[in-house]
Design a protein around this ligand. Structure first.
Ligand code: 13P
Length: 251
């Protein structure tokens, strides 16, 4: 199973500096890297990035529409992304759930639209602080995943990477401890083995996101059920992102 590391650039960087960042990252990565390395730049740059990307870097969109083509002003479909050379899409990020009204139902539709168009998916889940404090975080995450994944075939799961991103750790500098990440990842994998089967669960990549940086990447990636990371702030700095990729390679 290949590890996965993805940089989610969110709404940051204008075109020229974004391209510069991609080139810096590319030049710091050798072709021997065994992990899948993905960057998700802002949507307006996707087509250019997909043509410019060389070597190991793969390009992700930060979202896609829940519909096919038609009269949906401002939306872009999964098939359009694929036609531009984009290979991945992030679905269910907490910033879209919380800020743009993406319900579990919408996320379920987006996931299916992406899979139907042949995209691979980084599917995000994760609990807010009050849920963690009330110790119902396992139920919360299970519920999110059940809505998104129920009814899918075992083989569909091969196109999905699950990203556990506790909301209280995103952009706060407060990382989940390696133990907290491992505990949730093991829970997710066990749940997958019940809903799908053991070999499907074992083969599913489960990555961690939330204030992951060079200083804590070693600890997080040393956990047996942490198969990589979804990196926000630290992916906007080439040296930091490369250091995190290196930590994953050396796990
Ligand atoms: P930070 O790494 O900035 O906490 O963001 C994580 C994230 O939301 C990645 O999708």
């Amino acid at each position: 199973m290949k590890n996965v590391i993805a940089g989610n650039w969110k709404s940051n960087k204008l075109m020229a500096e974004a391209l510069r960042l991609m080139k810096e990252i590319e030049s710091g990565l050798t072709s021997e890297i065994s992990a899948e390395v993905i960057i998700a730049p802002p949507a307006p740059y996707l087509s250019a990035f997909a043509s410019e990307a060389k070597g190991v870097l793969q390009i992700a969109s930060q979202q896609c529409s829940a519909t096919g083509s038609g009269a949906f002003t401002g939306e872009f479909t999964a098939a359009m992304l694929g036609s531009c050379g984009v290979k991945w899409v992030i679905i269910g990020h907490s910033e879209r759930r919380e800020g743009y009204g993406e319900t579990d139902n919408v996320i379920r539709k987006k996931l299916r639209a992406a899979l139907d168009s042949g995209l691979q998916v980084l599917l995000c889940c994760g609990e807010p602080l009050e849920v963690r404090e009330s110790e119902t975080h396992f139920d919360w995450v299970q519920n999110q995943l059940m809505h998104a994944l129920s009814g899918l075939s075992n083989s569909a799961l091969e196109s999905i990477v699950i990203a556990y991103e506790p909301i209280w750790a995103i952009g706060t500098g407060k990382t989940a401890s390696a133990g907290q990440a491992q505990e949730m990842h093991a829970f997710i994998r066990n749940w997958l083995s019940i809903c799908f089967d053991r070999s499907t669960a074992r083969g599913c990549r489960i990555i961690y996101g939330g204030s992951c940086k060079p200083s804590n990447a070693d600890d997080l990636f040393a956990q047996p059920d942490v198969n990589g990371g979804l990196i926000g702030g630290a992916s906007l700095n080439a040296a930091d992102f490369i250091a995190i990729v290196t930590a994953l390679e050396n796990r």
